[in-house]
Write a protein that binds this ligand. Structure first.
Ligand SMILES: Cc1ncc(C[n+]2csc(CCOP(=O)(O)OP(=O)(O)O)c2C)c(N)n1
Ligand SMILES: CC(=O)[C@@H](O)[C@H](O)COP(=O)(O)O
Ligand SMILES: [Mg+2]
Length: 618
């Protein structure tokens, strides 16, 4: 084995990554010898560890695809019209390093910097910007059909993880791809046996059997039965073996699955030893903790609240779509393993199986990132709500999330859920309210309930001056000029804005509806008693909860003018949550500004500048 010089960790004027620094296009790696390829892999891993532990991001997944990405870019070439697709896209850092983005890599996931996912505005080598899993094979099917119709001879290759392959959409695509032997698509199955935790389900068991059988496999398997040629399993860290398999796959000129065995976190002992999730997603290097910055996250507060509730309610069951850890279900799963279900990256199945559990007399809690509920809307609407089933959805990462960018901001759930008959939606403002509202949701047997909270630390508890029905009044104004309807954690910003306005002689009442769906008569009565209503939400400004309130006010013949502050109907770029809240006007100063404009009957400012580029390719 050629001894490979790892980049020196000592301060030096020499570039730490001399070979990687010389790579500008994938063409630059095609002439490298295996020794130089090995050196390049060492440098890439060292750079990923150095940079991502500082910037934050998907360290484990990318460490696992170094050789795989090298092999893909040595066999396929965008310059020759080939299309390389990454499912979910969180494992595309190596791809970015090989396609001219080494220099910008320090800006990964930062405002104005590189996206943590493929981005068409960054490179013509990038295609799919949506970071929701299980989509790549459907894109590949569509692109292969387009190539066939247009006579385009470019080849299509899609890299999909074993976790993403548990998603239903992937099987819809396999069903179509395998039925068209004349349409060649290369599916590279990046099998590291994990999503976050070990991948669950019968398919994972089948892949393990193929891994165990190795090259001696009988030749028949799930993929061949669906019409694919199957090559593998291949060592996903042996670039030469991967290249050989990919070249063979191309020569077959038909749908092929190349089954690559990789290790998530490969080459970084702390990641390889991380039993939880192999450092799937690491945070940015922890800044020196500000005093008092040790408050738990919303996820942590939910985790504790659910465990307490689950101890009192034997009918409570918890469901996750392959994200038990990130959604805080770990303690519940450890205490009540028989009442915990990980269904894989299968949100639609998670929701409808929850409907089944509820039909069986249980009370399911589906813990899911708000953005991922989007794909299970039909299941929420017609499998749960139509049957008025007591399912509780706990939507983590609701509203602006931040560095994960446009397909991760959880900004559509209030709008979607406002269209669901019988849906009750709560937005807790602090941990105490989270506990109370989760209890109320679990006690509600007449239909679905949902709670939403952001990717943030849960601030200190905010007491109410008094409660009127479900509505907490947080501050009272003498003159009742303005009613600020604050949703969830934005109560803090609203109270600050109210104090500023009060100092200007404007009386502001701040209320927290707690249950934002349905609109309560108490909230309507409060609105009727004020000269102006302004709602403030970490959701869509148009067609969000502010719009719902305005509609109900109109229908109730309450003439108080109302204005909605919230997020633009736009795909918002990646940046920090705080920065995007400021960009979209959800800070005390901007709320004051908006209230003053509303009082003067002037149009409110729009904030579309935070949108992502329109996808025009360079
Ligand atoms: C629809 C959807 N649900 C959940 C997620 C969160 N998520 C991101 S990556 C991941 C695990 C992916 O596992 P796999 O496809 O095997 O890729 P690996 O990280 O192992 O390379 C999950 C659950 C997502 N991106 N999209
Ligand atoms: C790629 C993906 O969807 C997840 O890994 C997501 O990036 C995790 O987000 P959090 O870091 O907010 O848990
Ligand atoms: Mg995996």
């Amino acid at each position: 084995m050629t001894s490979i010089a790892a980049p020196s960790l000592l301060p030096s004027t020499e570039p730490a990554y001399p070979l990687l620094d010389s790579i500008v296009t994938p063409g630059d790696i095609r002439h490298l010898t295996s020794a130089r390829l090995n050196q390049l892999a060492v440098e890439i891993r060292a750079l990923l560890i150095e940079k991502v532990t500082v910037s934050g991001g998907h360290l484990g997944p990318n460490l696992g695809v170094v050789e795989l990405t090298l092999a893909v870019h040595r066999v396929f070439g965008v310059e020759s019209g080939d299309t390389v697709l990454f499912d979910t896209g969180h494992q595309s850092y190596v791809h970015k390093l090989l396609t001219g983005r080494r220099d910008g890599f320090d800006t990964l996931r930062q405002a104005g910097g590189l996206s943590g996912y493929p981005a068409r505005s960054e490179s013509r080598h990038d295609w799919v910007e949506n970071s929701h899993a299980s989509t790549a094979l459907s894109y590949a099917d569509g692109m292969a059909k387009a190539h066939q119709l247009s006579g385009d001879t470019g080849r299509v290759v899609a890299v999909i993880g074993d976790g993403a392959l548990t998603g239903g959409l992937a099987w819809e695509a396999l069903n179509n791809l395998g039925a068209a032997p004349e349409r060649p698509v290369v599916v590279v199955l990046n099998d590291n046996g994990r999503s976050y935790a070990p991948t669950v389900g019968a398919m994972a068991t089948h892949l393990a059997e193929l891994r165990a059988a190795g090259r001696g496999a009988s030749g028949r398997n799930l993929f061949t039965e669906l019409g694919f040629s199957y090559l593998g399993p291949v060592d996903g860290h042996d670039t030469a073996a991967l290249e050989e398999a990919l070249s063979r796959a191309c020569d077959l000129r038909r749908p092929v699955v190349v089954h690559a065995l990789t290790v998530k976190g490969r080459g970084h002992p702390p990641a390889e030893a991380d039993e939880a999730d192999r450092m799937h997603a690491v945070g940015p290097a922890a800044p020196a903790r500000a005093p008092g910055a040790t408050r738990p996250s919303w996820t942590g507060e939910f985790s504790r609240a659910l465990l307490a509730l689950g101890s009192d309610r034997a009918d409570l069951v918890a469901i996750t779509a392959a994200m038990g850890g990130p959604t805080g279900l770990g303690p519940f799963a450890a205490r009540f393993p028989e009442r915990y279900f990980d269904v894989g990256i299968a949100e639609q199945h998670a929701v409808t199986s929850a409907a089944g559990l509820a039909m069986g007399g249980l009370h399911p809690v589906v813990a899911i990132y708000a953005t991922f509920l989007n794909r299970a809307f039909d299941q929420v609407l017609l499998d749960v709500a139509l049957h008025r089933l007591p399912v509780t959805f706990v939507l983590d990462r609701a509203g602006i999330t931040g560095p994960d960018g446009p397909s991760h901001h959880g900004m559509w759930d209030p709008t979607l859920l406002s269209a669901v008959p019988g849906m009750r939606l709560a937005v807790p403002r602090d941990a105490a309210q989270l506990r109370e509202l989760l209890g109320e949701a679990a006690a509600w047997r007449e239909g679905p309930t949902a709670l939403r909270f952001p990717r943030a630390t849960a601030g200190g508890d905010i007491p109410a001056v008094y409660r009127d029905g479900p509505v907490d009044v947080l501050s009272v104004s003498g003159t009742r000029d303005v009613l600020l309807v604050s949703h969830g954690p934005l109560a803090g910003a609203c109270l600050e804005a109210a104090a500023t306005l009060k100092a200007q002689g404007i009386g502001v009442t701040v209320c927290d509806p707690r249950w934002v769906l349905p609109i309560s008569p108490e909230l309507l009565r409060l609105a009727a008693g004020h000269r102006l209503v302004v709602t403030v939400e970490d959701g869509l400004r148009t067609n969000g909860m502010g719009s719902v309130l305005a509609g109900v006010l109109r229908d109730s013949a309450i003439t108080t003018p109302s204005y909605a502050l919230g997020l633009p109907t736009a795909f918002l770029r990646h940046a920090s949550r705080d920065q995007l809240l400021a960009d979209t006007g959800l800070t005390p100063h901007r709320i004051v500004h908006a209230v003053l404009r509303a009082r003067a009957g002037r149009a409110l400012p729009h904030h579309a500048r935070t949108s992502v580029p329109d996808g025009t390719r360079p």
